[in-house]
Write a protein that binds this ligand. Structure first.
Ligand SMILES: *Cc1c(COP(=O)(O)O)cnc(C)c1O
Length: 232
């Protein structure tokens, strides 16, 4: 079995080769290591390989790890799970990024609860395939929510995030990523500070990068499969 160190290395190599293959600039795609349900010792193994961005899905679990690893202040912590109103304070006080914003109400709470000294980076989650039960705003509502978030002084809008529908053909999936890229490009004309398009996971990374992703979120391929799901 490969070690975490070896898997970080091969994830970086896959990102690099997909980036080259798509004729994109080297280092234009970042790796977010998704460490949900995994112990801090696993995070440290990835950290020793130079990995600095980590994603967590569950508030309580994420905050415990952030506080435990407080001394490693060069880590960027991304909240990538569904976020309810009653949990915003912990997220505002501990994380560096929130990738799952799809309501102004949540953004306003985070803004009010964030210290003015360091802004919280925000991605709007887009329900790109118009799935019934999925979080995220419909594509035609992105511009308005972006405009509203841009008014909030303690947040910085950095871009968009999506989780595409499962079970799409390779062709449909590529089209989905292309639609996201178009939305992202249009939005960055109005909001020039935008620089992050978070899409692609362990098994669809190649086409996400071909479609313009600037951040892939990789869990299983680095830390192995997840046996248990921790509570929120
Ligand atoms: C768990 C998770 C990932 C990582 O998924 P893997 O299949 O383990 O690579 C990426 N993004 C989000 C939003 C997740 O919840």
């Amino acid at each position: 079995m490969e070690t975490i160190a070896e898997r970080v290395k091969s994830a970086l190599e896959s990102i690099r080769s997909a980036t080259l293959k798509s004729n994109r600039a080297p280092n234009s795609v970042k790796l977010l290591a998704v460490s949900k349900t995994k112990p801090v010792s696993d995070i440290m193994l990835a950290y020793e390989m130079g990995q600095r961005s980590f994603g967590e899905n569950y508030v309580q679990e994420g905050v415990e790890k952030i506080q435990f690893l407080q001394a490693f202040s060069d880590i960027d912590w991304h909240f990538i799970g569904p976020l309810q109103s009653n949990k915003t304070k912990l997220v505002a006080e501990n994380f560096d990024w929130v990738q799952t914003i799809d309501r102004l109400k949540i953004a306003k709470r985070l803004d009010a609860q964030r210290s003015p000294h360091k802004k919280l980076n925000i991605l709007i989650q887009v329900n790109i395939n118009a799935e019934q039960s999925k979080s995220g705003v419909p594509p035609n509502e992105v511009a308005q929510l972006a405009e509203q978030i841009a008014q909030l002084p303690n947040l910085t809008l950095r871009g968009l995030m999506t989780i595409p529908a499962a079970q799409q053909s390779a062709q449909d999936l590529q089209q989905t990523f292309d639609m996201m890229n178009k939305l992202f490009t249009e939005l960055s004309i109005l909001h020039t500070q935008i620089d992050t398009l978070s899409m692609g996971m362990s098994n669809d990374m190649q086409s996400a990068i071909a479609g313009g992703s600037t951040m892939v979120r990789i869990g299983t391929a680095i830390f192995g499969s997840r046996a248990t799901r921790s509570k929120n």
